[in-house]
Write a protein that binds this ligand. Structure first.
Ligand code: WTA
Length: 679
């Protein structure tokens, strides 16, 4: 991914244009949670016990005996022997400490309705819903699937599950019925909480219909709870055996549900994400390590304080929402905002109006959104008083320096530091970013690894590379927020993340005897590979370039090309398909599909529509192809491998490199011509 290509034309003054580094303002540094640069050294010298600092942010029912247990690496365990409950940590303890009247969640619906839950209110509703779930049969360790948009009942249901020790599996509401069914079957889930619908750009969308369709593909008998979001707008259709959320909560009002003490290593939730193969991966996160890590990074990087109003614009259906709308902020007892709708409804200043009215302190969003704001123009933020802001953040994809500078100037008024946070579903929380009061900022570069994180950039052989060269990102030691495994698939866990750069003997040993009890003395032999490319500069700042596997990143949403391909080849008449990511002005990357029809059939508009519909049905509208290109052949090497890099270059309009190693070089010109014609 290049820095300054293909983005909206935006004027920046020459002074900003030239400036390469930025210092945090004194006013920010003076009040920051973490401002002593020695924190890096302290973590390094004291590793892994340094992580007690994260665990200390939580209340434990039972103190842990060991910080890190690495005897069965890479199945690391953190804070072993410790016991705690996540919902207790996010709710009860704040109420006990006198914060019952502090706002926990401030929600705004797209139509402008608002709801505020104080910590006291939230605890009451979580207890009532937990009692209801328990009455429906939910027991400790049962996976409860939550298929809901950005409504307060989603975090309420998450915390109710956490209270009972029942892991949740949240499925993004924009995912299709099929995607819901796949995830429920994979997790063997017997419970679903969903809703009747929600609003998008003023229209009521029927969500329940999608959930019902999904349920028809689920093997288990499922108990379903339906939240009434739309009132009379859509018939609140419950179906035969579905339960009404409001009734359940009313029936259990005033219930008191003792938070279940969970082992630190017990699963808090599952989150499905895309990988190289067509099967989504069920990433397993635990109660102690994950909660400690999200609380610590919220404290150190997002500088969250209890008296703040903090706003992350992600959807809770993705990991960013789990970690930095729900668990991290609530563990620290702050006010976390949720907005249901789109940023340009009813007008393009919606988010800025929300910041002004709620006096938001910290704003955390994605580069794709910033590129849209930039395109819409600075007149929208200029309509509002944004002076409450103290800190800005971005996540999800690389940010180009021009977008960074626009954000810095027009949203932060050159006063707010920006944290560009690199991390993944699997890492649980932030890994590479500046600490906002300590490090200078370099637009486009995420920054150094956080204290206690040993991230490096290496070549294909695993050797560290020189500054400026492109290589692969690796993480050479474990951290508390890391995934513990892929749900019920230890072998794939090792295969996906640990085989590329770990010591080969260790990997083979572990693959032949998973969970061997033999202790491994040298933890360094295990190296985590996030499948991202990166460069590093002389100051150790990492610039993440993007995925090096078959995952593409559309508007900060992670999609597997294989999943999209398998949707397309399911369309009758399609012989073969290749899906790649091509550069996109706003979305970062967009989905480009190359399709070969059976029997040399003539491409038709009808076929194109069926292909697009199949992708939307199998995955969801976020995976909708930007372009469907029909071709008689795909460019292949002599050994028969599809040259994806070439297809990416064609989609991005890049200069095409050497095609002489292809079996069918002539096809490249033909495809490229179609792209130019826009056909
Ligand atoms: C990309 C989202 C550059 C990266 C939290 C990673 C980034 C993938 C950044 C994970 C960033 C995330 N700079 N790239 N600041 N943050 N990425 O699992 O390719 O949805 O591997 O987690 O997003 O996406 P995921």
């Amino acid at each position: 991914m290049s820095d300054d290509t293909g983005e909206p034309e935006v004027e920046l003054e020459a002074r900003l244009e030239e400036q390469e580094t930025f210092e945090p303002s004194d006013s920010f540094v003076e009040q920051a949670n973490v401002s002593d640069p020695d924190v890096y050294e302290e973590f390094e010298e004291n590793w892994p016990d340094c992580w007690e600092r994260a665990a200390d942010l939580l209340s434990w029912d039972e103190e842990y005996d060991t910080v890190l247990e690495d005897g069965d690496a890479p199945f690391y365990e953190w804070f072993t022997g410790g016991e705690l409950n996540a919902s207790y940590n996010c709710l009860d303890r704040h109420v006990e400490e006198g914060a019952k009247n502090r706002a926990a969640i401030k929600w705004e619906g797209e139509l402008g309705e608002t709801r505020t839950y104080t910590y006291g209110d939230l605890l009451n509703e979580v207890e009532a819903f937990a009692a209801a779930l328990r009455d429906l049969g939910v027991e400790e360790d049962d996976v409860v699937t939550l298929y809901m948009p950005m409504i307060p009942e989603l975090p309420i249901a998450m915390l109710a599950c956490a209270r009972l020790g029942a892991p949740h599996s949240v499925v993004f509401a924009g995912f299709s019925a099929d995607a819901l069914a796949t995830r429920m079957n994979s997790a063997d889930s017997e419970y679903l909480v969903t809703c009747d619908g929600y609003y998008r750009r003023g229209d009521a969308l029927n969500h329940k219909e999608k959930a019902d369709k999904g349920l028809r593909g689920v093997e288990n008998d499922v108990q379903t709870v339906v939240v009434d979001r739309l009132g009379d707008e859509l018939t609140h259709f419950l179906g035969n055996d579905a339960h009404d959320y409001d009734e359940l909560v009313a029936d259990h009002e005033g219930a008191s549900v003792e938070p279940v003490s969970r082992d630190a290593e017990d699963m808090l939730f599952l989150m499905y994400t895309s990988g190289t193969t067509g099967e989504p991966k069920g990433v397993k996160h635990t109660t102690g390590g994950y909660l400690a890590y999200t609380a610590w990074t919220s404290h150190a990087v997002l500088d969250v304080k209890p008296e703040d109003t903090y706003w992350c614009t992600a959807d809770i259906g993705w990991i960013t929402g789990h970690s930095y709308i729900v668990y991290g902020p609530l563990a620290l007892g702050t006010t976390t905002m949720m907005y249901e709708g789109t940023p340009d409804y009813p007008d393009k200043d919606r988010l800025w109006e929300l910041i002004e009215r709620n006096r938001v302190d910290t704003f955390y969003t994605a580069p794709t959104a910033i590129r849209s704001f930039m395109k819409w123009g600075s007149e929208y933020p200029e309509r509002h008083d944004l002076s409450s802001l103290r800190l800005l953040g971005t996540v999800g994809e690389p940010i180009n320096p021009r977008a960074w500078k626009w954000y810095y100037k027009h949203i932060g008024d050159e006063e707010c530091p920006i944290v560009d946070t690199w991390w993944q579903t699997e890492t649980g929380g932030m890994m590479i970013t500046t600490l906002p009061a300590i490090n200078e900022m370099k637009p486009g570069s995420a920054g150094p690894p956080l204290p206690g994180i040993d991230a490096r950039v290496v070549d294909a052989a695993g050797e560290e590379i020189s500054a400026g060269e492109a290589g692969y990102l690796t993480v050479n030691n474990p951290w508390p927020g890391m995934l513990r495994t892929l749900y019920q698939n230890d072998e794939r866990f090792i295969d996906e993340y640990w085989t590329e750069y770990s010591d080969a003997d260790a990997v083979n040993g572990q693959l032949t005897s998973p969970h061997s009890s033999e202790s491994r003395e040298d933890a360094d032999e295990w190296v985590y590979f996030p499948e991202d490319g990166a460069t590093v500069d002389d100051d150790g700042y990492v610039t993440v370039l993007g995925r090096v596997d078959d995952v593409i990143n559309v508007s900060g949403h992670r999609l597997g090309t294989m999943e999209i391909e398998s949707a397309i080849v399911g369309v009758p008449g399609v012989a073969e398909a290749a899906v790649v990511g091509g550069d996109h002005e706003i979305k970062g990357e967009a989905v480009y599909t190359y399709v070969i029809l059976e029997d040399d059939a003539e491409p038709s508009e009808d076929m194109r529509e069926r292909i697009v519909a199949a992708v939307e049905d199998d995955i969801g509208p976020i995976a909708r192809p930007e372009e469907v290109l029909f071709t008689p052949e795909l460019p292949k090497t002599r050994s028969g491998k599809i040259m994806r890099r070439l297809l990416e270059d064609i989609a991005s309009g890049n200069e095409l490199g050497d095609t002489s190693t292809l079996r069918n070089p002539e096809i490249v010109d033909e495809i490229a011509r179609q792209v130019d014609d826009g056909t």
